[in-house]
Structures are given as C-alpha cells and as structure tokens.
Design a binder for this molecule. Sequence first.
Ligand SMILES: [Zn+2]
Ligand SMILES: [Zn+2]
Length: 338
Amino acid sequence: MQAAVFHASDRPLVVEEVPEPTPGPRDLVVEVKCCGICGSDLHAASLPGGLPKGCVMGHEFAGEVVEVGGEATGGFGIGDRVTGIPGIGCGACAACLSGDVMHCPELVITGLGQLPGAYAQYLRVGSNEAVALPEAIDFRLGALVEPLAVGLHAVNAAGLAPGQEVMVIGAGPIGLAVTLWARFLGARSILVSEPAQGRRAMATQMGATEVVDGAASAAACLAEKPRGGVDVIFECVGIPGLLAQCVDLAAARSKVVVAGVCMQPDTFVPAAAVIKELQLQFVLAYEKRDFQLTLDMMASGRIDPRPMVTDRVSLGAMPEAFEALKQPGDQCKVLVEP
Ligand SMILES: [Zn+2]
Ligand SMILES: [Zn+2]
C-alpha cells in the first residue's frame, strides 16, 4: 500500500510503498478515508531525533473496516465506518476497560513511531479503541473527532462553570476546539489570541467573543476585566515562553490549562505564579467518552467544527501540504484523503 513516510527532520515526507498492516486478534484493519494533519506531527517531524526513520504518522483518522480480528470486541463488521483512539491498549486493565486507554501501561501509540499511522491507505486499529461513526457523520467530520476530543478534555479539566470567562492562546485546531467547547459549556466570554488573521476569523466563527493578535493586545483586554483577567487561560500553542506569558497574563487565583505540547525545555518564575496562587494544569489527549460526546453533538448538529478545515489533499499531494504547514499561516486543519 501507499503511505507518506518520514525519513529525516530536514526532508519532506515521501509517498512510497510500505507493507500493509498485520492485525492482531483483537484488531481491525481500516481503509483510511480521511486523516487530519496534526500540529504534533509537524512538531515531531521538525525536531531532529523526534521520530524514527520510516515512521508513518497520522492519528486523526476515519475510515471503513475491511478486516476484523477473531477476538475483536465491539461487534464491528466489514464495511462499518469508524474513527478511534490512536493507540492500542492491553484491552484488559482498568484503564482500558473504563475507556481511559491513554493511561494503559501497555499502550502503544499510533502514528508517532510505535504503530504505523493513517497517512496511508490502511491502518491497524484496536477494536477496544474504535468508535463507530453515526449515520450523519461523514469521513471528513469523522477525522475531526480526535482534535475536538482533545479540546473537550482540556475544557473538562478546567472544570469550567457556566458564566466563567476564558482566554485561549492560539487558534490552531486545538485552540479552536477549546473555543468551541468553552462556548458549548457556557463560557460568558472567550478571548482568543492569535497572530494569523485567517485563524482569528475562524475563532470568531467557532465561538470567540473577542479576538486579538497577540500578548500585548490581550493584556490590554484583560486589564479591563473587573478582576484584571479571566477565570481560565488555555495555552494551545506549545512553544517556549508561553508558560511565562500565561503566568503573566493570569488573574489572581485563576487557572492555566496547558494543552500545547512544547517539546523543548521552558522556564517561568515560580514566584510569579505563587504570588497569584495560580493553578497550573497540564492535559493530554482524551478518554473514549470524549470521542462519544463529540460524535453525538456533531450528529445532532449542536456543534459544527467544519470552519476549521481549510484544505483537503490527496495522499500524493500530502507531503507538500505538510511542508507548507510548517510555516505559520492562515491554514488550519488540512485533511488528507488517501
Ligand atoms: Zn492530533
Ligand atoms: Zn490496558
């Protein structure tokens, strides 16, 4: 089968022939119909030593089941349309059984060097990790479930109460997903800080009540709030310096939720956070129920993430699109359709 293969951090991906996935007894093989390009893939592929040579990335997938292992759970059959958690757990521990697969001690991750990912024609998916797509959800929407679930998990971690005010730093896919769920869950105001004009427009479409182009303008907006800031700041970028910026912008006794994945060392002055008695919370990924709620709310039309999609490309055109996304710009979620 064809897949977009990583060779080195200073080279574009190459579409080439690779072996088809061999499923374990509890696995499904899925024909990939759509897969989102994720910021963490761009991070990992740009970082020297971030990925092994030969790795196939891609973890925001939707597709059709073409093979079902003999011990697969969930009642999946050939032709079923699915998305799923990008990783395979042991299927038997408390984390796996409760849908918190990301905390399975035996978890192998899909698309970052352990299991091959979905920038390919076929993908191995765990039956315990797969989630069926409702009738109303096409493959393009199906590929957006994973990034939306990340946003939902982050907003849940903040313990956001209706009427609270939030700020979101970065209007990439995760920042937009956080914006969407913050509105859904009753945030009174959502201030989004994002340098790219096109992304600011998307943030407004997805629920931002105010958009600004960076930290300086954000600080001016926050200073006008009655308590000098918001209840929760969501950091959705993941570059060095942003923790310090969040601490600086946060109001006393507020919360900072870090959803950005910064892969380099970063510093901030703890005393600045101590003086404000800040809560600093790091979040990762999601649970299966986040996928389920996202799907249900999409299927019933109560959330619409489509404004975040800015392009769709074939697998052949994908390496070029991937390179282009490494430069900051107005592109947001780009979907690959193998
Ligand atoms: Zn992702
Ligand atoms: Zn497990």
